[in-house]
Ligand binder design. Structure first.
Ligand code: NAD
Ligand code: UGA
Length: 429
């Protein structure tokens, strides 16, 4: 089948390439000329495993192209996925300007197209956004009627950065919220062959499932961090505790890793948005408020620990890992941002290394020192802190840390191998 994607960022590009792997052909449309040109040059604008190869493969098979012309993308496809950003506003709610703009532009393109077309909201949007913002903009600008001339679904995406394509191709479930039976049947048929359960719901239920999934995962992490902070004081390794806890099938071992807290473009934004929506409807989001509060403080536990070992003013601190998680160059809401800022306020000399995220970090912190390897970064420093669980850090050994002037090592993610390194400490273990 022929599809189009509006917004070719992380979700849009991975969604389109995932469908191309299933044999569908995709036209990406983005307002950014740079994004469009890079896709056509087969150079993704961000680092994500498998994506560059998948893009090359799809373009070579003539299954993928990008265009600035939305009319062209829509007239040459049967389904359009909306994958534009939904960034947070200062009160925590989402900014729906991109959704409104994309829906209006799609409506105009639909007005010129003959025949039925399915519109699928894939952006993460608060309950009622698809029906109250996207639907009216689509109908007004197309002069067409939803349910008769075009279909509408909300199909949340659950992929993670760092394993985006794999997650997309092997989901635990697919959720389809539909405006009417025909829209939902059309999308369900399109998803045949994904080999996972497909849950059919109303549009606003699908919107809510996405937020609640992220909020629940974030809750598991903050809970583990709260327990981890207590374990640290009792001399217990929280990872051993959570191993035992996660063996209970009702709990599961996933998302129980304590550390410096969650970052990324979604958990902080989505939990804040659900808090804001709950307040709007006069429901008290007490647990979610605590989840965010714990997460705000968690990165600074690492600095508290450092200070217990002596004054840090004037110390040279090597920061290994800047990305909000491994296998991505994304630093949105990364704990490293707050930790580096605090270290600078405390008068430390900050030196950093990350295999992929230094370009983006340098735009925010041009004044610190950047190194091309862990060893170069460690050389002559007083303290080392590890903020991202990059697999290459697992290989670091005594030889590498012996390059330091003083050997104070604290890890914020459990990544070092105790059989290779001695004398390091974990934030919650
Ligand atoms: P992103 O910023 O990486 O990409 C969004 C793209 O949309 C950009 O390239 C931008 O230029 C383009 N765009 C903006 N307005 C447009 C318009 N009117 N027409 C065409 N293109 C437009 O964002 P993302 O991380 O892919 O997130 C998109 C949505 O998916 C958000 O709602 C997010 O919450 C959700 N989501 C993200 C992830 C993730 O891992 N990043 C996972 C699941 C869901
Ligand atoms: C998360 C969800 O896992 C995806 O299902 C969802 O689609 C996505 O948000 C989204 O809506 O954008 P992502 O943010 O890419 O995916 O990455 P995660 O693996 O969930 O990690 C998020 C943050 O939590 C990272 O900073 C990570 O280090 C941290 N984390 C994760 C922990 O601190 N402990 C854990 O046990 C797991």
């Amino acid at each position: 089948m022929k599809i189009s994607v509006i917004g070719a960022g992380y979700v849009g590009l991975c969604t389109g390439l995932g469908f191309a792997k299933k044999g569908h052909s995709v036209i990406f449309h983005d307002v950014s000329r740079d994004v469009v040109e890079r896709i056509n040059r087969m150079e993704p604008a961000f680092y994500e495993p498998m994506v560059e190869d998948a893009l090359k493969e799809a373009v070579a098979k003539r299954l993928a192209e990008a265009s600035e012309d939305l009319d062209y993308a829509v007239s040459n496809s049967e389904i359009t996925f909306i994958c534009v950003p939904t960034p947070p506003k200062s009160d925590g709610s989402i900014d729906v300007a991109y959704i409104r703009e994309a829906s209006a532009a799609l409506g105009k393109a639909l007005s010129k197209k003959k025949g039925y077309h399915l519109v699928v909201m894939k952006s993460t949007v608060l309950p009622e956004t698809t029906e109250r913002i996207a639907l009216p903009a689509l109908e007004k600008n197309s002069n067409k009627v939803c349910g008769r001339d075009f279909g509408l679904c909300m199909n949340p995406e659950f992929l993670r950065e760092g394993s985006a394509l794999e997650d997309f191709l092997r989901p635990d479930r697919i959720v389809i919220g539909s405006f009417d039976q025909r829209s939902g049947d059309f999308l369900e048929g399109f998803y045949k062959g994904f080999g996972c359960p497909i849950l059919r719901t109303s549009i606003k239920t699908a919107e809510m499932i996405k937020y609640v999934s992220n909020a629940f995962l974030a809750t598991k992490i903050s809970f583990s961090n709260e327990i981890g902070n207590a374990c640290k004081k009792m001399g217990i390794d929280v990872y051993d505790v959570m191993k035992g806890v996660g063996m209970d099938k009702r709990i599961s071992p996933h998302f129980l890793n304590a550390g410096i807290g969650f970052g990324g473009s979604c958990f902080p934004k989505d939990v804040s948005a659900l808090i804001s929506k709950s307040r709007d409807v006069d429901a008290q989001p007490l647990i979610m408020e605590s989840v965010m509060e714990i997460n705000r403080e968690q990165p600074f536990k690492l600095i508290e620990l450092l200070k217990k070992k002596g004054p840090i003013r004037g110390k040279s601190v090597s920061v290994l890992g800047l990305a909000f998680k491994a296998d991505t160059d994304d630093i949105r809401e990364a704990p490293s941002l707050r930790i580096v800022e605090r270290l600078m306020q405390e008068g430390c000399e900050v030196r950093v290394y990350d295999p992929k995220a230094m370009g983006k970090f340098r735009e925010k912190f041009p004044q610190i020192s950047y190194f091309h390897s862990s060893r170069d970064c460690l050389k002559g420093s007083d303290v080392c802190i590890i903020l991202t669980e990059w697999s290459e850090f697992r290989d670091l050994g005594e030889n590498d840390f012996n390059l330091m002037r003083n050997k104070v090592i604290i890890e914020g993610r459990k990544v070092l191998n105790p059989s290779k390194v001695r004398g390091f400490e974990g934030i919650c273990w």
